[in-house]
Design a protein around this ligand. Structure first.
Ligand code: 5GP
Length: 315
């Protein structure tokens, strides 16, 4: 681990001096040095993009938090991101970091949840691109709780809210329209979206198909001051929390466990074995409700939908 605790080194372990054992072979050291140069160049390119206005500080921070892979954004020091912003010098960067309680050597990837949230808010308010009113709400909950019905109700009755259209590798069901209910894509296209970091989050749901949230429409809508709703599974909600800590996470609950069982069996779309598997999953999912900011009980679709929509204007 390096000095600021991010675990992200420019030089892979063993590539730099300081180990007590035998020195690594010359060729490893040369490769490590080349990797370090490439990493520095990649970070310099990110800083140049921010300085020229080609990318916002918030875009860079979100890219750092939205990927598991080691990226130039993750290893960029917060101080370097801030001083790349037009009008921010070293002294101002230092005072902003002190206010946000971020240590001077911290890298974006090494920030905790609170620091990410506060830095995202600061970057958003500074750029002034996102209007105060815009908010991202994530609706998750156990299988069969009625997330799809609640979000469909919101799509129909609240066109002012942008309901994100996910990409999925599953086939359309009767009545589903490409680009409205989902973007139906094949595995190769989904792989491409993952590779090119077009997805804010993605997950394999119910051990079968992949689902993911395309990022550009969301960034655009938030920048325009629109409210955005995502209806995704639990794994996806956790990824959004990490990438966009300012998002509000909502957990939809069934009125009772018996009602959840009734809804799952009643819809008759799954085989008995699949129903049992999903009920087992639902138990695990219900246990995650404390991770969420808000819980809403779905006793009645219209009321639950209104409660979700009210969150966009809640303080
Ligand atoms: P269905 O195939 O019945 O439309 O959806 C199955 C599950 O996938 C639902 O739990 C739904 O919330 C979840 N889902 C839909 N879109 C996304 C997405 O973009 N990301 C994630 N992580 N889950 C999604």
């Amino acid at each position: 681990m390096n000095a600021d605790g991010t675990g992200q080194e420019d030089v892979p372990p063993g590539g730099a001096s300081g180990s007590r054992g035998s020195r690594p072979p010359e060729v490893d050291r040369a490769a490590a040095a080349r990797a370090a140069v490439a990493a520095r160049r990649a970070r310099a390119a990110v800083k140049a993009d921010v300085a020229s206005g080609a990318r916002s500080g918030l875009d860079v921070a979100r890219a750092a938090w939205g990927s598991d892979a080691a990226t130039a954004e993750q290893s960029l020091r917060v101080r370097d991101l801030l001083t790349s912003l037009p009008g921010i010098g070293p002294a101002r960067a230092e005072s902003v970091m002190a206010t946000l309680r971020i240590a001077p050597t911290k890298r974006l990837g090494g920030l905790g949840t609170r620091q990410r949230g506060e830095l995202a808010d600061w970057l958003a308010s500074r750029s002034g691109r996102r209007r105060r009113a815009s908010r991202l709400v994530v609706l998750a909950g156990p299988t069969a709780v009625g997330k799809g019905t609640v979000s469909a109700y919101i799509r129909e009755h609240h066109p002012e809210v942008l309901l994100s259209v996910s990409a999925t590798t599953r086939a359309p069901r009767p009545g589903e329209v490409d680009g409205v209910h989902y973007y139906f894509v094949d595995d190769a296209e989904f792989d491409r979206m993952v590779r090119e970091r077009e997805l804010l989050e993605w997950a394999t749901v119910h051990n079968s198909y992949r689902y993911g949230t395309p990022r550009p429409p969301i960034d655009r809508a938030l920048d325009q001051g629109r409210n955005v709703l995502l209806e995704i599974d639990l794994q996806g909600a956790r990824q959004v929390r990490a990438a966009m800590p300012e998002a509000l996470l909502v957990f939809l609950l069934p009125p009772t466990w018996e009602e959840l069982v009734r809804r799952l069996i009643g819809r008759g779309t799954e085989s008995p074995a699949e129903q049992q598997r999903r009920l087992d999953t639902a138990k695990v999912e219900l246990a995650a409700q404390d991770e969420f900011d808000v819980r809403i009980v779905n006793s009645d679709v219209r009321t639950a939908a209104q409660e979700v929509v009210d969150l966009f204007s809640a303080p």
